[in-house]
Design a protein around this ligand. Structure first.
Ligand code: NAD
Ligand code: TDX
Length: 342
């Protein structure tokens, strides 16, 4: 069995590859794994160091939109797990070009190559952001697609292309859509690692807008278990949600992080809101649960362990710490609040 894992040097893809190559997924035991990764600012070969010498593993540096390269890496029956993407909403607001290139054109090129080479299942890793924002209740897999940010629109385009290759050409496509991931190896441009590394460095944390936006938090290990289940047992042409079951406002999450990092509310800086900021995401994941999926990592323990990982690995995050990047919403906003969240 051969798997082509694109974006496998990033946060979630590398977690999936490390788990697979260390025997966590018996259905894929002994599989050869090719990681194709462009090694953008978000890709890091060090994320794969633990499995670099496993038999059958190779890391190829390249672009999923490079048709010749992708064709060369696929053999008849290869399984494709497409993690490769531009993933940060704030960056897509600043400049969407790379999002269209990788998330739309890149996925299209991969789909064409999979078809041409007679690949096996093509699992497209997608996101809850394709549905927009929901005030109450939860989305099912048949809820309307109403993306707002350029990132979300590019991921929605990729999903629609992937489904079109199933419906038109009969390519064996399965899509997973998950909620917000957290865990070790996540780039410090995202909320949890950004706040963690800033607090560990004694800096303030920028909370966007009123901080009452709600996200459902999913440990990356649970996400990867859900992906492998959909890859192994999901239906062709189907979409599966993968949720974490822990909905929190950003204010409440910030309070948890402050406590875990030994800081208080005076470290919080209220800044201007993200443009088009989605208020709430919530997924109904009963369809994948019917196949046996359950998130296993309890949030408080997962968060404590994640902060512990960042505390122990400044060598990993210091070179990519978010306060060095220009992508936060322009400052201003309100003065620092000294009030704890309600
Ligand atoms: P990440 O930004 O950490 O990693 C993305 C990886 O893709 C990087 O290694 C990067 O180098 C690689 N890449 C980018 N452009 C490429 C290209 N053109 N060709 C080859 N490789 C390329 O992202 P992540 O958080 O690990 O997300 C993985 C997938 O999961 C993405 O498809 C994302 O949309 C989806 N997702 C993520 C979350 C989350 O909370 N992080 C939630 C829902 C869905
Ligand atoms: O500095 C910050 N301050 C802040 O208040 C950052 C980086 C974020 N936020 C807020 C914005 C969101 O409400 O925290 C929330 C989470 O933000 P992100 O970590 O940027 O994630 P989000 O925008 O929710 O998107 C994530 O989940 C869906 C991933 O980045 C996407 O790749 C995924 O598809």
């Amino acid at each position: 069995m051969h798997l082509l894992v694109t974006g496998g040097a990033g946060f979630i893809g590398s977690t999936f590859v490390r788990a697979l190559l260390t025997g966590a997924y018996p259905a894929f035991a002994g599989a050869a794994v090719t990681v194709l990764d462009k090694l953008t600012y978000a890709g890091n070969p060090a994320n794969l160091a633990a499995v670099a010498d496993r038999p059958g593993f190779r890391l190829v540096s390249g672009d999923i939109a490079d048709a010749a390269l992708v064709r060369e890496l696929l053999t008849p029956g290869s399984l494709v797990v497409n993690f490769a993407a531009e993933t940060h909403v704030d960056r897509s607001i600043a400049d969407a070009a790379s999002f269209v290139h990788t998330n739309v054109t890149g996925t299209h090129v991969l789909l064409d190559a999979a078809l041409e080479q007679g690949a096996g299942r093509f699992l497209q890793v997608s996101t809850d952001e394709v549905y927009g924002s929901i005030d109450s209740g939860s989305w099912t897999e048949s809820s309307p697609l109403l993306p707002n940010s350029p990132y979300a629109a590019s991921k929605t385009s990729a999903d629609l292309l992937a489904l079109s290759y199933f419906r038109t050409h009969g390519l064996d496509v399965t899509i997973t859509r998950c909620s917000n991931n957290y865990g070790p190896h996540q780039h410090p441009e995202k909320l949890i690692p950004r706040f963690t590394v800033r607090l560990l460095a004694g800096r303030s944390v920028p909370l966007y807008g009123d901080g009452r936006h709600i996200r459902d938090w999913l440990h990356v290990d649970d996400h990867c278990r859900g992906i492998q289940l959909a890859l192994e047992r999901g239906e062709s042409g189907a979409v599966y949600h993968i949720g974490g079951g822990t909905e929190l406002s950003n204010r409440l999450l910030t309070r948890e992080l402050l406590a875990t990092c030994g800081a208080d509310w005076s470290s919080v800086r209220h800044v201007a809101d993200r443009k088009g900021h989605h208020r709430r995401y919530s997924l109904d994941d009963s369809k994948l649960r019917a196949l046996g999926y359950r998130p296993r990592v309890e949030f408080a323990e997962g968060l404590r362990a994640t902060v512990g990982w960042y505390r122990a690995h400044p060598d990993w995050w210091a070179p990519r710490a978010a306060y060095e990047t220009p992508y936060a919403p322009a400052g201003g906003g309100h003065p620092a609040s000294v009030h704890p969240p309600k």
